[in-house]
Design a protein around this ligand. Structure first.
Ligand code: 0A1
Ligand code: ZN
Length: 883
């Protein structure tokens, strides 16, 4: 049985385990139809909770035997758990035998088969689908694992730790024994038995230790593993240099699997990855893919300390490891990017992601604190809030104690808690204790509200210049709207990095600082000013808040042109765009771009001092989803079609008005030479592709065939996937008559490359909607022989792309795309609840929609809710959505 079909697990109900499991000796007789598992455990009663029964979790497995100290014992089942209540008061040995059916495991949680091999996924509660165990993160054991399987079909036998022994068995079988010396919770257990090949590299680290690094993939994919290996080597060096954290294993393995619900998993010494985040070659992966591989490899590697050496006491503390590890992977990617401007680009991308997914989450029915208070299905809480807002909370701590102070705090955290399962409070305490005089330590209790309170704070700023005293007073105030179950909020501690500019854009000397707002309202005065300054607030996005700052257009143009903070330069450009887009949406009139805005954009494109990557970010309009949230925040009903129309009109006008510049940029940057995924080359490709997209768009609108022809040529000649996909996307999204043929060629060219075929589906699902043609195409593609709901990447390529990235196609006045969505959620829920419940979140923000969308969306969610035997995962999502 799944945890709490309709029961709520509450953080405040935490009790320590009744027993500790000190060692586990696991033996697997692997067969796809029926695998035999024998588990021998050294169990020790918890002296703090004497006389308690031992409750073992188990799900979808068949028990065949239970022995205590070699004798059979009485047991019973209660709420899906195996309960043993006549147990010795002294340590004892417990042996459990059970079977499971990996090939029937379509949920991809526990032990399952993919491409003919065996793989596991145990976080959060998959281990109980393998054998009976106290499947909770605060029970940590030393694992020894014996694997037995057919030698031909499963030549590689892998588990955590070190290989102790291996050899042949009779009947064509073979075995391997692995031992992991580090005690770990069950969610970090992993095994792989499959026909794989491996790229191996031996390294010696700065501290002189030798390690073997391995990346395991299917035979045809070996040529796509170099970047993952380099990323791993870079991650190891970075963690040692930046945080003094060394690799604690002789052998570190990464395995790629094509059927995987999430991105990757940090199993101790045996990371298992979605192929999407391992495989990368210039011919098959885009610059974005290369960047993702680097950051996900880093993320999983960094978990070795933040997650594995110190883990979570319970799943409510998930952000302890996830928020911190996202912060670490973001910092790693920034350090890898190198130059200040490349770092800023990475920061902008991260913030864009946060606003695109976490802000809506915090404003919708699934809003929850970074450290949630309750859940029905823990798998539903691997959220943008826990991960990305959690990372912002860590980043604010780092801002408040400074870079060196943060390092001191991390050192103390490891000195105190290495080898333990702890809480978010323990982490914050360690950072504060290492910096007793810091702005964090002096406000620690109030700061911790970031863990406890949901919702995105509104930060209001108002400035007043006094010519007589030559001073400028900034007043900051905050307010956080109610979220489900939390009507009133206490003030947050908000670090506001800022600086002042003169009207001509020169920085006001000495005005840079980090203000700390820790009450409902506070004021600061800046002296010695000749005129009202231009304020650059929340530099680098120093806190995850919505800044309500009615800056004048003139101020925004000044910031865009001159701010020393690249983030706020970009932000000013986005605000200028949002004002125009929402102005048109609100007025219900066609959007007409003004000369001032166009001149400013032209100036950005022509500014020789700016990087291509930055120009591309400035010229990329805010997404339709982001614009919808701005309206929702203001309490105005969201009409996705009106937003779509305004944004398309603006793109068309940018394409027309800046035609010469787009053409010049294309000429200057279309050729980047041999492929290298460094920030400068990636930036040039991104800008060239944005230019091409505008050029094709404009040409199609005006019946010109030159640029579409060039795009087609580019598509054919491209030397890498970024350029090829860029050209294809320009044709398809620009609605060129040449698109259909290019799509066909692309499909034929990459028939055997699953990850590229995913792109082929996604690109079509992301096309700007036009008279319902795109949704019709999505519906047709769902019937394409290559499409499948069983493979999560493939399922997402159409469905998640449409629901998350293509509001114009999804929100239709006839509700047909909602109905299509409901049907797919119901279907997927029958075999993969985790995948279904993610997709089920697509209409979380239905209440913000204007009619007729609102009523139609509600009906579609009800349609999902009406499915008999809906999984607890999806049930939790739709119940909250309708509450
Ligand atoms: N801990 C992993 C994420 C992860 C979570 C759950 C999974 O299966 C349900 C798989 C992976 C990470 O943060 O990378
Ligand atoms: Zn993680």
């Amino acid at each position: 049985m799944r945890e709490g079909t309709d029961t709520l697990t509450r953080r405040e109900d935490y009790v320590a385990p009744s027993h500790w499991i000190r060692t586990v000796d696991l033996s697997f007789d692997l067969e796809p139809a029926k695998t035999l598992v024998i588990s021998r455990m050294q169990v020790e009663p918890n002296a703090d909770r004497p006389g308690q029964p031992l409750r073992l979790d188990g799900e979808d497995i068949t028990l065949t035997r239970v022995l205590v100290n070699g004798e059979s014992v009485s047991f019973h089942f209660e709420d899906g758990q195996l309960v043993l209540d006549k147990l010795p008061a002294e340590p004892f040995q417990l042996e459990i035998r059970n079977t499971c059916a990996p090939e029937k495991n379509t949920q991809l949680s526990g032990l399952y088969t993919s491409g003919g091999g065996f793989f596991t996924q145990c976080e959060a509660q998959g281990f109980r689908r393998i054998t009976y165990f106290p499947d909770r993160p605060d029970v940590m054991a030393v694992f020894k694992v014996t694997l037995k399987a057919d030698a031909k079909r499963f030549p590689m036998l892998l588990s955590n730790g070190n290989l102790v022994e291996s050899g042949p068995l009779d009947k064509g079988r073979h075995f391997a024994v692995w031992h992991d010396p580090h005690p770990k919770p069950s969610y970090l257990f992993a095994l792989v038995a499959a026909d794989l090949v491996c790229r191996e590299q031996k390294i010696r680290t700065r501290s002189g230790a030798d390690h073997t690094l391995q990346v395991y993939v299917r035979a045809g994919d070996l040529d796509k593993t170099e970047h993952a290996m380099n990323s791993l080597i870079a991650s190891i060096a970075w963690d040692e240099a930046r945080f003094g954290l060394k690799l604690d294993l002789e052998r570190f393995m990464i395995v790629a699997v094509s059927d995987f619900n999430m991105g990757a998993m940090e199993n101790k010494g045996l990371n298992i990855f979605n192929t999407k985040f391992v495989l990368a070659s210039p011919a098959t992966a885009t610059d974005i893919d290369f960047g993702n591989v680097e950051s996900v490899v880093g993320h999983e590697y960094f978990h070795n300390w933040t997650g594995n050496r110190i883990t979570c006491r319970d799943w409510f503390q998930l952000s302890l490891k996830e928020g911190l590890t996202v912060y670490r992977d973001q910092e790693f990617s920034q350090d890898m990017a190198g130059s200040p401007s490349a770092r800023a680009v990475k920061r902008i991308e991260d913030v864009r992601g946060l606003r695109q997914t976490q802000f809506p989450e915090d404003a919708g029915p699934m809003a929850h604190p970074v450290r949630p208070d309750s859940y029905q299905a823990i798998d539903n809480f691997y959220t943008a809030t826990v991960y990305d807002k959690g990372a912002e909370v860590v980043r604010m701590m780092a801002t408040l104690v400074g870079r060196e102070g943060f390092r001191r705090g991390m050192d103390l955290y490891f000195a105190r808690h290495d080898g333990q399962a702890v809480t978010c409070d323990d982490f914050a305490q360690a950072i504060a204790d290492a910096n007793p005089d810091s702005a964090l330590a002096t406000r620690l209790e109030a700061f911790k509200r970031w863990y406890a309170q949901a919702g995105t704070p509104r930060l209001k700023a108002a400035g007043r210049f006094d010519a007589e005293t030559r001073s400028w007073t900034l007043t900051l105030s905050q307010h956080t709207p109610a979220t489900p179950g939390q009507a009133d909020k206490w003030p947050f501690v908000i670090p506001v990095a800022m600086g002042l500019l003169q009207a001509d854009g020169t920085p006001v000397a000495g005005s840079e600082r980090v203000l700390v707002l820790d009450s409902a309202q506070q004021s600061w005065t800046f002296d010695g000013l000749d005129a009202a300054p231009v304020a650059s607030l929340l530099r680098g996005f120093s806190a995850p808040v919505i800044l309500e700052w009615e800056a004048s257009e003139a101020d925004l143009f000044t910031l865009l042109g001159h701010d020393t903070d690249a983030f706020n330069r970009w932000e000013a450009g986005q605000r200028l765009a949002v004002a125009r887009l929402l102005g048109a949406v609100r007025a219900g009139t066609p959007l007409m771009l003004d000369a001032a805005y166009l001149d400013a954009m032209r100036a950005v494109l022509r500014d020789a001092a700016l990087d291509c990557a930055f120009k591309e970010l400035v010229l990329t309009l805010p997404s339709e989803g982001y614009l919808a949230e701005r309206l929702a925040e203001a309490g105005e009903p969201v009409d996705p079609q009106a937003i779509h129309a305004a944004r398309e009109a603006m793109r068309a006008q940018l394409a027309r008005a800046l035609h010469e510049d787009w053409a010049a940029l294309w000429e200057a940057h279309a050729s980047t030479g041999g492929y290298r995924p460094d920030p400068v080359s990636c930036g040039r490709r991104a800008l060239a592709n944005l230019a091409l997209a505008h050029l094709v768009l404009d040409a199609v609108a005006h019946g010109d065939t030159v640029w579409p022809g060039r795009a087609l040529q580019r598509f054919k000649d491209a030397g890498n996937m970024t350029d090829r996909l860029g050209a294809l996307s320009a044709l398809v999204h620009g609605r060129s008559p040449l698109a259909a043929n290019a799509l066909e060629r692309f499909h034929a060219m990459f028939r055997g490359e699953a990850l590229v075929i995913d792109k082929w589906f996604a690109l079509q699902a992301a096309a700007p909607e036009h008279d319902g043609e795109v949704f019709a195409q999505i519906r047709a593609l769902a019937k394409h022989p290559d499409y499948s709901l069983r493979n999560p990447n493939r399922a997402r390529s159409l469905l998640m792309t449409m629901t998350a990235l293509n509001p114009g196609a999804f929100h239709r006045a006839d509700g047909s795309a909602y109905a299509f969505w409901a049907e797919k959620v119901r279907e997927i829920d029958g075999f993969n609840p985790q995948l279904a419940s993610r997709l089920a979140r697509a209409l979380d923000r239905w209440r913000a929609l204007a009619e007729p969308y609102r009523t139609l969306a509600r009906a579609a969610i009800e349609q999902v809710a009406a499915k008999p035997e809906l999984s607890p995962d999806t049930r939790e999502i739709v119940t909250r959505a309708l509450a």
